[in-house]
Design a protein around this ligand. Structure first.
Ligand SMILES: [Zn+2]
Length: 377
């Protein structure tokens, strides 16, 4: 017997594992290229709370490493887009104080807010605008992390929460969004319940294409919601769409398990077909999503000789649980592959601009997440 697991938000024990990826290497662990392994691996499972609907990382025995990734242009552009839209809706008046809970992956709003005349609140100080940009998911104790954020919201202030939605993950079969260090995967309804338990209510929602579907939610104290008017249509429509997708139905969320199997098979088959046809394929994007996919697909350097990544801290290392080295983008260009398997589709516009040599040399970018959806080339 082991102690019962308690929900990271509501502390309930009733729930179930909806995605089990077995033992996976830690997502930030990139061993030196000469390290023969085997690499340590840890259980990686998503659990869906039956009480509050929060999808969450069941256990995380890993120790986070320093972030090694470079900040993607797509994240920077989305931040500018988001600030513009939230400001247009009247939530960012000049002169207000702002505080940010950021993500280790980048995308800070603070410079953008300063340019709009907001001031940055001191460490731990109250603020009129408290922003969380993919930060909350990094906290093991979701209830405590949300309590800390709402406590900093000044009377009449707003809490802005941005997250990659569980609806997107389920709709697009993004099983490899599950990773160590990311403790929560929010549906708008589950986040609404978390907010309600803190005395807050969602007021307005905005949608972005980042990661296939990212949501930004504005929430205020219930008493600031104007006579109990509550959420506007942008929130209720989102909740209805996500409910129709089945984000709180364990059987529906469990289809991520099928996606894991089929996507891994598709990648392995495509790489094997390419090799059989004499085509050389390199990878791009040594991110956690690529780690999980390559690990599950059992891909080694005989199928994928290298994965390029712009982060100097990853170059000279290898992908965990396989022998595939991480190289600089210049090495990918010099190798003149026939195709580049892109593990982070959000990077495509940026890569086309910064590495035009790839396509100029006749290679094509291939979105690995779309392999099963497009006719084999
Ligand atoms: Zn719960």
């Amino acid at each position: 017997m082991t102690d019962a697991y308690h929900c990271r938000s509501c502390r309930a024990t009733d729930g179930e594992v909806v995605l089990d990826l077995g033992r996976q290497p830690a997502s930030d662990y990139f061993p030196p290229a000469g390290d023969p392994g085997p690499d340590p691996a840890y259980p990686l499972q998503m659990w869906l709370c039956a009480a509050c609907g929060l999808a969450q990382l069941l256990v995380d025995p890993t120790v986070p490493e320093e972030p090694r990734a470079t900040e993607p242009a797509a994240l920077v552009e989305q931040a500018a887009d988001a600030v513009g839209r939230v400001a247009a809706a009247g939530w960012l008046p000049a002169g207000r104080r702002a505080a940010e809970y950021g993500s280790p992956h980048g995308g800070s709003w603070l410079d953008l807010l300063a340019r709009r005349g907001l001031t940055v609140a001191g460490d731990g100080a109250e603020a009129d605008v408290v922003l969380d940009c993919f930060g909350l998911m990094h906290s093991p104790d979701q209830a405590a992390a949300l309590a800390e954020r709402v406590a900093r919201v000044a009377p009449g202030g707003v809490l802005l929460l941005q997250y990659h939605s569980l609806g997107t993950i389920v709709r697009l079969g993004q099983w490899n969004s599950l990773r160590h260090g990311h403790y929560a995967y929010y549906s708008t309804a589950a986040l609404g319940r978390m907010l309600a338990s803190a005395g807050f209510v969602a007021r307005e929602a905005w949608r972005f294409d980042l990661y296939g579907g990212t949501i930004l939610l504005a929430a205020t104290r219930a008493e600031d919601a104007g006579g109990g008017a509550g959420p506007d249509a942008s929130v209720t429509e989102l909740e209805a769409e996500e409910a129709a997708l089945g984000v709180e139905d364990p059987a529906r969320v469990r289809t991520l398990q099928d996606s894991a199997a089929s996507r891994a098979d598709e990648l392995h088959r495509w790489l094997a077909d390419q090799r059989a046809a004499g085509a050389r394929v390199f990878g791009y994007g040594a991110a956690s999503r690529a780690v999980a996919l390559l690990c599950r697909a059992g891909v080694d350097r005989s199928l994928l000789p290298a994965v390029a990544d712009a982060s100097p801290a990853k170059q000279g290392r290898r992908m965990p649980a396989t022998d595939i080295p991480v190289v600089a983008p210049g090495e990918l260009v010099a190798a003149r592959p026939d195709a580049v398997a892109l593990f982070l589709p959000d990077l495509l516009p940026e890569l086309r601009a910064t590495l035009p040599e790839v396509e100029a040399a006749g290679a094509r970018w291939v979105d690995v997440e779309a392999l099963g959806a497009t006719p084999a080339a």
